[in-house]
Design a protein around this ligand. Structure first.
Ligand SMILES: CC(=O)N[C@H](C=O)[C@@H](O)[C@H](O)[C@H](O)COP(=O)(O)O
Length: 254
């Protein structure tokens, strides 16, 4: 794997001064055609613990994951400590009253996850109104200029992907396909959306959401994804056990 200078660690509380273009390119090539494991857990789960999340991240890296996707500053900090050179896509899920945007909604959330050690800042890049009124085309350049970090735009449609690229996103991800009012009738993974982005936009694209088997991850690459994020199918014990339980109970009661 190419040595990624962007991943060298700044001193605590410091943000690195980076050449954004070189930084983004290094990161994208470090992730190329690889598996990124999303190590997250529901807040009411015993797995929602920095040490547990860091152990899941380390286990993923040991088996060949090229990066991890991590929620909250505390978990990012723990993973950064455990896996000093692993690319971390960081986010911070925050529900803000009156807004549907919850993945890294505002600049100060991006700043907190950058300081915690994230290499790439993932944020909601749907066309929905952001809390605080900051637009995507203000937020992304601000993250570049003040935090020196590339941005992964979590989109739901081709329109939002196009707007994100125009706003300066370094990578787009199909993360929110199926999770917004305009896409809730659709079932992830967003393979059709992925194909449209690959055909129509010139931007590195990550297939994320609903990848439930190695074969599906393979299919995403064949459709042109630059990398694939898998969460629930690998690290989602709570969700998986619930699904098994439900299906078995239903089958038994029939
Ligand atoms: C929609 C949303 O909030 N997605 C989140 C984004 O970080 C996570 O809850 C997902 O687990 C992640 O996107 C990976 O997807 P899947 O777990 O389906 O492999």
């Amino acid at each position: 794997m190419q040595k990624n200078s962007a991943l060298s660690q700044p001193k605590r509380g410091e943000l690195p001064q980076l050449n954004m273009t070189a930084n983004s390119q290094n990161l994208i090539s470090a992730l190329r055609h690889g598996l990124i494991v999303s190590c997250q857990a529901p807040v009411d789960s015993p797995l929602h613990d920095p040490l547990v999340i860091a152990a899941m991240a380390q286990a993923s890296v040991n088996q060949g994951a090229v990066g991890v996707r991590i929620d909250t500053p505390a978990h990012i900090q723990a993973v950064r400590k455990q896996c000093p050179t692993t690319p971390i896509i960081g986010l911070w899920k925050q529900q803000i009253p009156g807004s549907e945007v919850y993945i890294t909604p505002q600049f100060h959330h991006a700043q907190a996850i950058a300081l915690a050690g994230a290499d790439i800042i993932a944020l909601d890049a749907t066309l929905r109104q952001r809390p605080g009124g900051e637009t995507l085309s203000e937020l992304i350049p601000r993250i570049h200029a003040e935090l020196g970090k590339p941005v992964m735009a979590d989109i739901d449609t081709l329109e939002s992907a196009t707007a994100a690229v125009k706003a300066g996103a370094d990578v787009v991800g199909t993360t929110l396909y199926g999770y917004t009012a305009s896409t809730q009738h659709l079932q992830p993974p967003g393979f059709e959306l992925l194909s449209q982005i690959v055909e129509q936009l010139d931007v590195p694209t990550i297939c994320e959401g609903g990848i439930a088997s190695p074969q599906m991850a393979q299919q995403a690459l064949q459709l042109g994804a630059d990398a694939v994020v898998v969460g629930t199918a690998i690290t989602g014990i709570d969700w998986q056990v619930k699904a098994y339980q439900k299906a078995m109970r239903e089958g038994y009661e029939l």
